[in-house]
Design a protein around this ligand. Structure first.
Ligand SMILES: Nc1ncnc2c1ncn2[C@@H]1O[C@H](COP(=O)(O)OP(=O)(O)O)[C@@H](O)[C@H]1O
Ligand SMILES: [Mg+2]
Length: 394
């Protein structure tokens, strides 16, 4: 037995084969390059990443598959596997179905919309519809692919023909890609080989480079309506042989906010509880929703383009909301700041931009933010614009 020298022996054994194969092939007119490699390390690792990453990926997929269905959380267990199982967003599905049937179908897709709304699911369904083999479906997200180096690996890989029909690259949470990485991808998105498809999913499309966004067939996924959420819940209840009383069902639908993942996670949380506990869990969940919605309404009023006569109405509306809000003031402040940042990003007029900046400044300046500060700033914000209105009319 040779100890510690297996690598060399194996290498020697391979040499005659690896030499004779190209000679024979060359004689029949085919030229071939053979690379011998061990587990890639150091700099070379970047050159041959996909083969090994795929092996890793396959392993984890196999491991995942080993988990029996009953161990899986509902939102994984009931993930739609084809267009027919995908509920809601019918116009999108219809359009996708007809696009994919075409010979000259697009090679780059972008799915946007709130988290838990089916973007990743849809991307996987498309890969399947395109006839992509599991090993040639490359799912990347900001956790493993962010920078330009990883994108160069992908571009390297794209040069090789697929074993199956096509290669599909899914860039999930694509807003996490650096702008260099996006620029590098742009070239590929502009002229992808006929067997390459790129799919981008993101909750923040505004963080994608506009040129890249414009290259894509863009679908924005809407929240599901109450009937569709109910249909999803009913389906899972049938499969799980469980029931909910109508009032609990109604509470669950409300708390889900049109987001299928939320519906499934909440359902899983309550399915084995007794009715009182179900009520408590769902009440908590809906309280969270109402207070968040209340803050959004409040923000909507703060930035609304009111006529001068509306100022009192604005304040009255705000008073009503503030009376109902029961989250800690600091949490409310954070939501307001987030809303205003979004509003500023999308503002289309100077007046809107100024308004957003003023509100951001007001809420930023205050330290030890408490309920009194919140109420005071809201009052001032509605009345500040009144002064300005007077200024303008002078
Ligand atoms: N349209 C849909 N119909 C049925 N279930 C859905 C739908 N969209 C999402 N789901 C469920 O929600 C889960 C989360 O969806 P996912 O595609 O991961 O959302 P996103 O990528 O938008 O965050 C899925 O695994 C699935 O269980
Ligand atoms: Mg996703």
């Amino acid at each position: 037995m040779v100890v510690g020298n297996q690598g060399a022996r194996r290498f020697k054994d391979i040499i005659p084969v690896s030499l004779s194969v190209p000679i024979i092939l060359r004689q029949i007119g085919i030229s071939l390059s053979i690379y011998l490699f061990d587990k890639p390390q150091g700099k070379g690792a970047r050159r041959l990443p996909f083969l090994f990453r795929n092996q890793e990926r396959k392993k984890t997929m196999d491991e995942k598959n080993k988990k029996s269905d009953s161990e899986q959380p509902f939102h994984i267990k009931y993930r739609p596997k084809n267009f027919d199982e995908f509920l809601g967003n019918e116009p999108t599905i219809k359009s996708l179905k007809s696009l994919l049937e075409k010979k000259d179908r697009p090679h780059t897709y972008l799915f946007t919309g709130p988290s838990g709304n089916g973007k990743t699911t849809l991307a996987r369904i498309i890969a399947k519809e395109l006839g992509c083999k599991a090993l040639e479906f490359y799912e990347r997200n900001a956790a493993n692919t962010r920078g330009v180096d990883e994108i160069r690996d992908i571009i390297d890989n794209v040069r090789y023909m697929p074993c199956g029909k096509c290669k599909v690259f899914l860039f999930d949470e694509a807003h996490g890609l650096t702008s260099d990485a996006q620029e590098a991808l742009l070239k590929l998105a502009e002229e992808p080989p006929r067997y390459v498809y790129l799919i981008f999913c993101t909750t923040n499309p505004e963080r994608l480079v506009v040129t890249l966004k414009n290259r894509c067939q863009h679908y924005s996924l809407a929240l599901l309506n109450e009937d569709t959420i109910k249909a999803l819940i009913d389906h899972v209840l049938r499969e799980e042989e469980a029931e909910l009383t109508p009032d609990i069902m109604q509470m669950l639908i409300k708390a889900s906010e049109g987001i299928p993942r939320k519906a499934l996670m909440l359902l899983e949380k309550i399915i084995k509880l007794d009715k009182d506990e179900q009520k408590r869990v769902l009440l908590d969940a809906s309280l969270e929703v109402t207070s968040r919605d209340g803050i959004k309404d409040l923000c909507g009023i703060l930035v609304r383009e009111s006529s001068r006569t509306d100022h009192n109405n604005d304040w009255e509306d705000i008073q009503e909301i503030l009376k109902k809000l029961n989250s800690p003031a600091e949490e409310i402040r954070k939501v307001i700041m987030e809303y205003m940042a979004g509003f500023l990003l999308y503002a289309t007029s100077e007046a809107e931009r100024e308004k957003a900046i003023r509100i951001i400044d007001d809420f930023k300046r205050s330290r030890n933010f408490d309920k009194a500060s919140l109420v005071k700033i809201c009052y001032q914000a509605t009345h500040e614009s009144e002064d300005e209105g007077e200024d303008c009319s002078e």
